[in-house]
Design a protein around this ligand. Structure first.
Ligand code: FAD
Length: 388
């Protein structure tokens, strides 16, 4: 009986929809039910930090409605519905008060924003932007605003800083690290990127954090005051939290699935429960947590084959990430966590080519800024695959 039940996919982000696309290439007939907590609009999440640069608001970033996705890929699509429990033994998921049976279950429910517990009357006016609806609310909040404070100087914080500058806003970035993107770039490359963002007009407050956010009393200037741990105070109309994302693991853990930093899956994207798979930002694939688009596309291709009867393992090639800061093009491919080696840096002003080599001189990672960013493809070809 279970084979007549649909393949249930949870989540309509790039992971869920990439899988649907790939699945239909192999299997035109399998019943697919896609459940999603949001409205099911198809969009490319990386574009959220590029809206002003591309001249697009939230509606402009939407690529296809849930109806056209359902029609094009012959899906039963249930939007605005959250899965609240899994029962892997019974092959069922809980949707509202209804237990839905599945033949195979795919968890593609992404990552959530790391919550910040800030003190102060203004802490509720902080925006985090992790989907199209968040972006819509954020763009509405920007109407009439001039000053934006961004907490976090990682990839997303830096991209928003550049984009908001292009949108005509004053931008201040606050982060505890000594440099921008500390997990992705060595110091020289990070400083080059920071210099270019500063030249464009961004003000950085590094090695400090926001302690509390207070609403400015009505009738004064409006907005909020951010009190930093270094004693400084900043004013802003809108505050963004870009302090990081973490895989959604709670429901999987409650259902007894093995969970580590993400939902643990092997290279066939199989969780510890039979017929339950995970991919995208929620999945820790063979020990690796990669919250980027290229890994989820590779995973979707492999999983589509598996779900169509040909068990396949994902192979991750080197997957460089472009940083979307038009003021300073940058590309990174960080070395594996804990890899032994050293950075070798060639620099011409804010053009930096930093190569991470192991003691035998083999290239394991890189960070490129300015004109060197163009070398990312050539350098990627020299990198080992992530899964050998
Ligand atoms: P999501 O897109 O988060 O989708 C999760 C889906 O699950 C959503 O539809 C949600 O509604 C649904 N859901 C969640 N919980 C439930 C539930 N209980 N029941 C039902 N549905 C649920 N990566 C790059 O490679 N390059 C970039 O330049 C880049 N830029 C980025 C810029 C920004 C601003 C952000 C936020 C991310 C960026 N990324 C980038 C990362 C990349 O966008 C993500 O890795 C990718 O989009 C994750 O897709 P996903 O489908 O796994 O998760």
């Amino acid at each position: 009986a279970s084979e007549r039940n649909p393949i249930v996919i949870v989540g309509s982000g790039l992971a869920g929809y990439s899988l649907v696309r790939e699945l239909r290439k192999h299997n035109a007939d399998a019943p697919i039910l896609l459940v999603t907590a949001d409205d099911g609009i198809s969009y490319s999440k990386p574009m959220l930090s590029n809206g002003f640069g591309k001249g697009k608001d939230a509606n402009g970033l939407a690529q296809a409605s849930q109806h056209s996705m359902a029609e094009q890929f012959d899906l039963q699509l249930i939007p605005h519905t959250r899965v609240t429990a899994l029962n892997p033994q019974a092959h069922q998921v809980l949707l509202g008060d209804h237990w839905q049976s599945y033949s195979k279950l795919v968890l593609a429910w992404g990552a959530e924003v790391v919550p910040l517990h800030l003190a102060g009357s203004g802490s509720s006016s902080v925006y985090s932007i992790n989907d199209l609806n968040d972006y819509r609310a954020f763009r509405a909040a920007l109407t009439g605003a001039e000053r934006v404070a961004i907490m976090g100087a990682g990839l997303i914080g830096c991209e928003f800083a550049n984009d908001l500058l292009l949108g005509g806003y004053q931008v201040e970035v606050i982060a505890p690290s000594a440099t921008v993107m500390p997990t992705l770039m060595p110091e020289q490359a990070a400083c080059a990127l920071q210099n270019e963002l500063e030249a464009l007009g961004v003000t950085f407050h590094l090695e400090t954090q926001v302690d509390r956010i207070e609403q400015v009393p009505a009738g004064v200037d409006g907005g909020v005051i951010l009190a930093l741990t270094n004693g400084r105070q900043l004013q802003a109309d809108v505050v963004i939290s870009a302090v990081g994302l973490r895989p959604r693991t709670e429901l999987a853990q409650q259902a007894g699935l093995v969970v580590n930093r993400g939902i643990v899956v092997n290279r066939a994207l199989e969780t510890s429960a039979p017929d339950v798979y995970a991919l995208g930002d929620c999945a820790e694939v063979d020990g690796q947590l990669l919250l980027y688009v290229m890994p989820l596309m590779a995973s979707a291709r492999a999983l589509a084959k598996t779900l169509s009867g040909e068990r396949s393992e994902v192979l991750y090639p080197a997957m460089p990430v472009m940083i979307k800061t038009p003021c300073c093009p940058a590309a990174v491919n960080p070395p594996p966590l804990g890899a032994e080696g050293y950075w070798q840096v060639e620099q011409d002003g804010n053009h930096v080519k930093a190569l991470f080599n192991n003691p035998e001189g083999k290239l394991l990672g890189f960070a490129l800024t300015g004109r060197f960013a163009m070398e990312k493809q050539a350098l990627s070809r020299q990198l080992p695959a992530l899964h050998n």
